[in-house]
Design a protein. Structure first.
Length: 202
């Protein structure tokens, strides 16, 4: 599921470009590489908000809220913006004998190949050997902008399945770009760590 060979090439390229041979640089590269070897599993969707409605967690959305979501999506053409936000929680397990870590992270989130958002996490992640840690990815975007880009019909269809209004299967793809500190500079690994989750209906 992860393009390990590309990750290896990427971290070697970073090392070569920096002309550095210090232990700290090699340690940082090793930490990011071990993160690419880690096991990623879906944990939960939390803090879901749509057009000012606080929907809570995906597992506990009420029937009345589901009806409200359907109404908002169906009436999207009459709205100037439809803000949506949530936290995607992933369980990340480090199977290696040394810590997996990074200093920051860029990410891209897609829903059935429809790009939802690109974002950044400017906080370090460290997972000890054999440890499983929940990594939260904060997501925020405007559904109206997506409707203008793709069509209201497609966005409504994909989001309805994603939030459990319809029983269609949904594939969520997350691309993660680790960032390493080299000297005083954050450098982004060129090749992402690809992660994929599949949801059914409610």
């Amino acid at each position: 599921m992860k393009k390990i060979s590309k990750i290896i090439v990427s971290v070697i390229a970073i090392f070569s470009l920096t002309f550095a041979s210090g232990c700290d640089v090699m340690n940082n590269i090793g930490g990011a590489y071990r993160l690419s070897q880690s096991i990623y599993k879906y944990s939960s969707l939390g803090d879901i908000q749509l057009a000012g409605m606080n929907l809570g967690n995906a597992s506990s959305i009420s029937l009345s809220n589901l009806a409200s979501i359907a109404t908002v999506l169906a009436g999207g053409s009459n709205m100037q913006n439809i803000p949506f936000s949530m936290t995607l929680n992933m369980d990340v397990t480090n199977p290696n004998t040394a810590a997996a870590f990074l200093d920051a992270l860029d990410y891209q989130l897609l829903l059935n190949d429809m790009e939802l958002v690109e974002g950044k996490m400017d906080q370090p992640i460290r997972i000890e050997p054999g440890e499983t840690k929940v990594v939260p990815i904060p997501v925020s975007f405007d559904l109206k902008s997506l409707m203008n880009r793709y069509s209201q019909e497609r966005v409504t269809k994909e989001m309805s399945a994603f939030l459990g209004i319809t029983p269609n299967e949904t594939t969520v793809s997350v691309n993660l770009w680790p960032k390493l500190t080299v000297g005083n500079t954050l450098i982004k690994v060129p090749a992402p760590i690809p992660v994929e989750f599949t949801f059914g209906g409610r």
